[in-house]
Design a protein around this ligand. Structure first.
Ligand code: PLP
Length: 424
């Protein structure tokens, strides 16, 4: 990782006069020599701005706190910080990154099931007071190293537990115990946090349970004399406007019932994927091709199936595949599929020749040639950060862009970016 005191070294290209993101991608592909067809990333910061506008119009009552673990690119942090978002950090590195962008410590939450002692001390020293806590061992560490902290208790939800297949958060039962222990240690508890992942099948039920549990914890806390005033409903927003409306319609009546505005409780959420997924597009090059051993389908027809190798894989920007997420099929650069064109079952593999390095298991693509480019959209969440630590290749180039209209919209919203801006 670069020294954190370095100025952000990214450049944003403003796209004027109808220049599109596709034109930018074309330009970068055109610039690559035959020998060095290196994968690259294009970021449309305007997409992030539009997500912010969408968030504010649909759920203005939910204060967004961006989880840095989702994508810590400097441009992302800078834009979101100047839009006034709060931040959720899970390490000292993340806290210092966010503090460097001028985010006030009171807008930072230090989260994570298990925190390193040095990181707790760092939070204390830098006046970051909001810490998430879910068990007694953590509580005693925090009491020792950061006695003036204000805790949010992490409540478990069935949906989250199912996804991580690991106990996460504290049950309602053990909450009273944790509250009493905090009381005894003289640590303030100021609220509750929980997380329902977007993979959850029954949003209504999950939020109903989580919010009624949260209400119970608030009541227990108030009983013990705590000033309970923060409720954090976590992440799990896919990025689609439709899904945000679905979550809103599940959550809003419950909030009205359990945490009405008059209660004075501030309601937060942690939209990570929502803000950044659609902002980043990854372009990779086809470096190898094989015809799979022949298959016969159920009708006895012979099917041609292709295997393609591309120049980045799960040990690079597709790392979220290793965590069990699937990667959506790419589009083929400069290829408009005609109605009568044949498509073939295809699988996409990374360059490592390792059996785990499968990027897309099966998708339908026209027949590709070595040297073709594939574009993966929606690549902004969980993965791009890992380029530096996991992949043996050096960091992929990231080209930041924004359309003129989004640029003006950002200026009006008060975003002043430090980085150089150049016209494309
Ligand atoms: C990762 C994480 C989030 C962010 O989730 P998204 O679905 O990316 O918005 C929120 N809360 C917790 C506890 C998390 O671990």
């Amino acid at each position: 990782m670069k020294g954190l005191t370095d100025k952000p070294d990214y450049i944003i290209e403003i796209l004027e006069g109808g220049v599109t993101l596709e034109d930018v991608i074309d330009g970068h592909i055109g610039n690559q020599t035959l020998a060095g067809k290196r994968a690259f990333v294009v970021a449309d910061l305007g997409a992030m701005m539009q997500q912010h506008v969408c968030w504010q119009s649909i759920v203005p009552q939910l204060q967004p706190y961006y989880p840095v673990k989702c994508n810590s690119s400097p441009a992302v942090i800078e834009v979101l910080a100047s839009l006034g978002l709060g931040f959720v950090c899970t390490s000292k590195t993340e806290m210092s990154l966010v503090l460097e962008h001028g985010v006030p410590p009171e807008n930072i939450i230090f989260s994570g099931v298990c925190k390193q002692l040095a990181h707790i001390k760092y939070a204390a020293k830098n006046n970051i007071q909001h810490l998430v806590c879910e068990n007694e061992a953590e509580l005693s560490k925090i009491a020792r190293l950061h006695p003036s902290s204000k805790l949010l208790l992490q409540l478990t939800t069935e949906a989250h537990a199912a996804e991580t297949s690991m106990a996460f958060g504290t049950s309602l039962k053990s909450c009273r115990h944790l509250l009493e222990a905090a009381k005894e240690l003289g640590i303030q508890v100021v609220g509750v946090t929980f997380h329902i992942p977007s993979s959850c099948q029954d949003l209504q039920q999950a939020y109903t349970h989580a919010l009624s549990d949260a209400r119970c914890v608030f009541d227990m806390g108030i009983d013990l004399g705590f000033n309970m005033r923060f409720l954090d409903i976590g992440g799990g927003f896919t990025g689609s406007e439709f899904q945000l409306k679905q979550v809103d319609s599940a959550v809003r009546p419950l909030l009205d019932a359990y945490f009405p505005p008059l209660s004075g409780v501030q309601v937060l959420a942690q939209p990570g994927t929502f803000y950044v997924a659609s902002t980043f597009t990854l372009a990779v090059n086809v470096i190898g091709k094989k015809v799979a051993p022949h298959h016969w389908d159920s009708l006895g027809q012979e099917n041609t199936e292709f295997l393609y190798y591309v120049n980045e894989g799960v040990y690079g920007p597709f790392s979220c595949k290793l965590l069990g997420n699937s990667i959506a099929a790419p589009s083929v650069h400069k290829h408009v599929l005609s109605a009568d064109e044949a498509v073939y079952p295809s699988s996409l593999w990374g360059p490592s020749l390792d059996h785990l390095d499968q990027v897309v298991e099966r998708c339908l693509l026209p027949e590709l040639s070595v040297g073709d480019w594939l574009l993966f959209s929606n690549m902004g969440a969980y993965g791009l950060d890992n380029i530096t630590c996991l992949s043996s290749s050096s960091q992929l180039p990231v080209y930041y862009t924004i359309s003129t209209s989004n640029w003006y919209e950002m200026q009006e919203a008060g975003v002043a970016l430090d980085s150089a801006v150049k016209n494309f």
